[in-house]
Design a protein around this ligand. Sequence first.
Ligand SMILES: [Zn+2]
Length: 483
Amino acid sequence: MNFKSISSLLFLGLSTLTLSACDFNNNVESNTQVQPKNIIMVVADGMGPAYPTAFRYYHDDPGTPLVERTIFDQILVGSASTYPASESGYISTSDASGAALASGVKKNNFFVTDSAASATALAAGIKTYNGAIGIDQQKQAHLTVLEWAKSIGKTTGIAVTSQIVHATPASYIAKNEKRGNYNAIADNYFDLKIDGKFKADVMLGGGTKYFIREDRNLKDEFVAAGYQYIDKFSQLSTLDSNKQVLGLFADVALPSALDSDNKNRLRTLTQTAIKQLENDNGFFLLVEASQVDWGGHSNDIAYAMGEMNDLSTTMEYLKDYVKHNPNTLVVLTADHNTGGFSIGSNGVYEWQPHFIQLLKKSPNKIANLLATNEITDQHLTELLGFTISEEEILQFNVIKLEQTLAARQQKLNANEAKIALTKRYYDAIKNIIDIRTHSGWTSGGHTGIDVPVYAIGQGKEQFYGFQDNIEIAEKLFKLMGKE
Ligand SMILES: [Zn+2]
């Protein structure tokens, strides 16, 4: 596919703009390839290959000799590279240490992507710079698979566990130079249209604060335009299936799976979105397991496994959905790897995920409780589900003393002191879990390893083998009749 810029139609700075389907060389008639009626693109943010492997062992039934296969094992079809474009106009003649590169060598690609560049690759089929939302290095906007689906008469939606304006969902709908411009991205959701229609019929996730603001109330604007608005999970079952929906269930992101009342919140949102979107022309739905990445950034394997568990039940549901709706394609991949997580660490040949299973609460919650209450070893053991050593208890007491001193020296108020203490406790708990489980980490950020690709249903064979992430968008465009 050539990356024909649609810059003549789309450019930044306009508050409203309209795309017309006929401008995109619509070639539906001449395309004889099988075209799935419904397409569900699932992005597991940060889910490098170690996470589904870890989930397999975490999920294993210890009563059987062999390890059971997970839903991920059953639907694996290939892998994808994730590198971003070189920085716009930036070519380095020195390496990270500042040393000059050999003559003739110009370093212009650092291979490790962020979620905005990789989501733009998955959505629009273009390489762009880290931080870009739906635009290329020249700041030109590009058509996305969601926009194309809307232009050919499908219903469209997003269901995510982050704020709905976060990098991944934003890249399918918005156009912005910087992923952090959440208010402007939220404005795009209302202002940018395809053939005069809103881009997404269903939007489920978090992010109330970006939609209900002092300077603009997008919630009211969507309601005035005919959308139903909900802000509680209990309202999901009361939705009118003939009306578009904006559902925002948290100020920013949803709570982590471990800290949620509904541990399968992503599956719940996905089921609801599909129910709302189903129609004779089919639909395109973007689902994002947004927080695998955040577990990775925090180097918190319990957090990540909680998210993987929610994703796995979502995929089980989608596999069943395809069984009953065989003209549906589901593709799952990650945008990049996060944390450099390893199964086994420090030369020890074992991984002990059952320590994660034993936790009574998330590491973050345990840290919070400890910062609020007096520590006793009995209390800690109760929360962790396993007995900790005297040295470990001592560590917590040392942290408390150090933080009491630091709070006094830095003149922190009670709340600031509690936040600082909670963070130290959180790090200590994660460290205990890493040591017990033999989990390793190489980074608090992203790493450049290839990611797995999974597919179910009509057209899944298109995704077999190795591919680059931009090819995933190219294949989806083709499966929706765009040449
Ligand atoms: Zn990330």
